[in-house]
Design a protein around this ligand. Structure first.
Ligand code: ADP
Length: 251
């Protein structure tokens, strides 16, 4: 059945953060984290005060994408015991992983996630932000559901791949947001080209939500990601970066 709000869970409204949007996906490996990082940087380049929260507890790839090494990842704590975000290419950044440390459970369940998220969300000393971009875990299971519920999201972007077989998962992810009354801001098609084209637009049409654009497959996106130097910064004139900048303006 449709997910229901847990009346006892309560949502965390972050002080000092005007708008919180999530980047989600129906399944892993579609480029969700890459899109989240590049969208955030593209928006920051427009003068918007953007922060980044890596809430993908299954595979926190954001520190790598942002070039954060293990020693930098030791986040500072204020005297009030709030985590001070790191600065990654100028953006305040926190990974759920910093907070969890070695004590993190190997197997997460929804209620544990909800509790941890509430502690975490209230335990970060975010600066004044116009927008916080949250990288959610992929899929529609207990964990992404609990995260999406706990964080009081203002909107969600769903990333999918061109092949139409990917559409089913993307539609499920969008349905999850809708069930939580989180507006779906639109669908992004990533890796357009070798895997085909059109799946993202088909999902958007089916769901009657905006199609935000397609990002071409580009091997430089992979090398930029591995090097921690996101494409919108290092190759702002590439087709992939231009697509990301256009999508950012539509979010
Ligand atoms: P997810 O967060 O959905 O699991 P990632 O952002 O970690 O996915 O990306 C998965 C892989 O795909 C990474 O190696 C990344 O560099 C690569 N990738 C993402 N977007 C593109 C693209 N447009 N072209 C080529 N490779 C991409």
């Amino acid at each position: 059945g449709a997910p229901r709000r847990d009346p006892w869970a309560g949502q965390v409204r972050l002080a000092r953060v005007r708008r919180v949007i999530a980047v989600g996906a129906g399944k892993g490996g579609v480029g969700k984290s890459t899109v989240a990082v590049n969208l955030a940087l593209a928006l920051a380049a427009e003068g918007i005060r953007v922060g980044l929260l890596d809430a993908d507890i299954y595979g926190p790839s954001m520190p790598i994408l942002l070039g954060i090494t293990a020693c930098m990842a030791r986040a500072r704590v204020t005297p009030e015991r709030h985590i001070v975000p790191l600065l990654a290419h100028g953006l305040p950044f926190v990974s759920f992983g910093f907070f969890l440390g070695a004590g993190a459970p190997v197997v997460w369940r929804g209620p544990m996630v909800a509790k941890a998220v509430r502690q975490f969300a209230t335990g970060v000393a975010w600066p004044e932000l116009d927008l916080l971009v949250v990288d959610l875990p992929p899929g529609t299971g207990d964990v992404p559901l609990s995260l999406a519920q706990a964080l009081a999201l203002d909107g969600a972007v769903v990333v999918t791949q061109p092949a139409r077989v990917a559409a089913v998962e993307a539609e499920k992810a969008a349905a999850l947001f809708r069930a939580l009354e989180v507006p779906v801001l639109g669908i992004v098609e990533n890796m357009t080209g070798p895997f085909g084209r059109g799946g993202g637009r088909a999902v958007a049409d089916t769901l009657e939500v905006p199609f935000l654009g397609e990002i071409p497959f580009d091997s430089a996106v992979v090398s930029d990601g591995d090097a921690g130097t996101p494409t919108v910064l290092t190759r702002p004139q590439s087709a992939a970066a231009l697509a990301l900048q256009t999508i950012a303006r539509r979010v």
